[in-house]
Design a protein around this ligand. Structure first.
Ligand code: IMP
Ligand code: MG
Length: 179
């Protein structure tokens, strides 16, 4: 088992580059099929979703527009519950099919906040995608349209996800080693 140390914590390998890649290809194909002949505006959520979105959008073969919104809700390994806007969305979403792309849905509060904020832009429809989903931590009722992996309620990092700022550049996903 491969362990890495980030700040003071140890993490173990959880999802390989290969398994992430395969799943991202499947999601891209599914989105391509579902939106065939339609228009799609993809909104990536910074910072965490930047790698997932970069890989996912290259597996979608219909024309798409892409923009970003930035929010922050986490400190250390706990969701703060307070969501801060870090980057404003600069896009006209009126009447469009919007796909919100997140790295992970944990308690669900960030995505919930994003859905209501994006609704104010009067899109035709909002769809949601998240590479990772922690069903045991989820506290809302909305459903996610595209989920890469359902994972246990343990802190993860890599492939865009950080622990206090570090780990986003790891090409695969690691899980906190309970010590
Ligand atoms: P939620 O609002 O509780 O659903 O948390 C969602 C946000 O918190 C995500 O967009 C991530 O940026 C961050 N987050 C949640 N769980 C993890 C994790 O296990 N590792 C790293 N970041 C996480
Ligand atoms: Mg995020």
């Amino acid at each position: 088992m491969e362990y890495i140390k980030v700040h003071e914590k140890y993490f173990q390998s959880y999802l390989s580059e290969n398994s992430i890649r395969k799943r991202v290809v499947e999601l891209g194909e599914k989105i391509t099929t579902d939106f065939q002949g339609k228009e799609l505006f993809v909104v990536g959520v910074l910072n965490g979703a930047f790698i997932f979105l970069a890989d996912l959008c290259r597996e979608i073969s219909i024309p798409i527009e892409i923009s970003f919104i930035g929010i922050s809700s986490y400190e250390g390994i706990e969701s703060k519950g307070v969501i801060e806007r870090t980057v404003a969305l600069n896009a006209n979403l009126k009447g469009k099919n919007v796909l919100i792309v997140e790295d992970i849905v944990d308690t669900g509060s960030s995505m919930n906040h994003l859905i209501s904020e994006i609704l104010s832009y009067q899109p035709a429809h909002i769809f949601t995608a998240s590479l990772l989903f922690k069903p045991d931590a989820f506290r809302f009722n909305y459903t996610l349209d595209y989920v890469g992996f359902e994972i246990p309620n343990k802190f993860v990092l890599g492939y865009g996800l950080d622990y206090n700022g570090l780990g986003r550049n790891l090409p695969s996903i690691y899980q906190l080693k309970i010590s």
